[in-house]
Design a protein around this ligand. Structure first.
Ligand code: SAH
Length: 283
């Protein structure tokens, strides 16, 4: 079955009773929701949302019950099981359930775990991807997560494991050597250990780093720093999570590509941020 969203000529899937749609809400700016997310918001009986979902987005589901299922900061996962089972119960009660998660549900969002529990209990699901903070949040700071002049690879890492510690399973040597750009989620708590591990693995103390907090919202802040000074600079700036941390030369592209506050008539930014000559026009 399909239902109509107010875009001409398009039909959209129906959120049926007894289903759970696991949906990404993007990093913050409501305009970064997908059309499938909007379609889901308009149909849901219940929206179960996380801490990082902006309140404004919920106003687009006025007919629905809104249930907060926030978890922050790598706490143990006992509650995660409760959330997953609550989704099962709501679906079994015949609700149209929208599980709304910040960013993309399958990127460090425990969406995979929730989906697994639902499927194990015979609850049908649909996955609606979202714009992940590690891509969209950096874009709002003028940092392209890949750029041909900078990197042919990017690694997304989490600064927490399930116990809340720096992930012991991460091979910082390998990441450091193998990935020109490293994007760190949930990195604030353990930034001292993470930056030390990267330096010990051979990344320079002068390597550029950007810390983008509450990215894509009106509260967004961007700190440009280096691996050697990041801990002091975060403290001095008084930055708080949520933050996405980008390590690598792509941070320098911000000098040219920071688009916030641009105005027509601004002077051209004829800069060479990487100091390697101008990028080729074509090819
Ligand atoms: N599923 C989410 C990530 C959830 S983990 C996604 O795809 O984006 C939570 C972490 O995501 C935060 O600790 C932070 O590192 C990052 N994050 C999410 N939203 C953010 C935002 N608006 N600004 C900066 N970081 C954000």
């Amino acid at each position: 079955m399909t239902t109509t969203l107010t875009l001409p000529g398009q039909t959209w899937p129906t959120l049926e009773p007894g289903w759970v749609w696991l949906c990404g809400a993007g990093p913050g700016d409501p305009g970064l929701l997908t059309l499938h997310a909007l379609n889901a918001l308009q149909q849901a009986d219940v929206v179960i949302y996380d801490a990082l979902v902006q309140e404004e987005i919920l106003t687009w589901a006025p007919q629905a019950e809104h249930i907060y299922a926030g978890k922050r900061g790598g706490k143990p996962s006992a509650k995660q099981r409760d959330i997953s089972l609550r989704l099962v119960d709501l679906a079994r009660a015949g609700k149209r359930v929208l599980r709304l998660k910040g960013g993309d549900p399958f990127v460090f969002g425990r969406g995979g775990e929730e989906a697994q529990t639902l499927v194990q209990h015979g609850v049908p699901i649909r996955i609606i991807p979202g714009i992940s903070a590690g891509i969209g949040g950096l874009a709002y700071a003028g940092i392209p997560v890949t750029h041909r002049d900078v990197n042919q690879s990017v690694t997304f890492v989490t600064g927490h494991d399930q116990s809340g510690n720096t992930p012991g399973s991460l091979d910082w040597q390998a990441i450091s050597k193998g990935s020109q750009v490293i994007v760190i989620y949930m990195g604030m708590k353990h930034i001292a250990q993470i930056s030390a591990a990267l330096i010990a693995a051979g990344r320079g103390v002068g390597e550029p780093v950007a810390v983008v907090t509450t990215a894509t919202t009106s509260e967004q802040r961007v700190l440009e720093t280096t691996l050697g000074t990041i801990v002091a600079d975060i403290n001095d700036a008084g930055l708080e999570p949520p933050a996405i941390i980008c390590v690598g030369q792509s941070v320098k592209m911000r000098q040219v590509l920071d688009w916030q506050g641009m105005a027509a008539g601004d002077a051209p930014r004829d800069l060479d941020p990487l100091g390697r000559g101008r990028p080729a026009e074509s090819a």
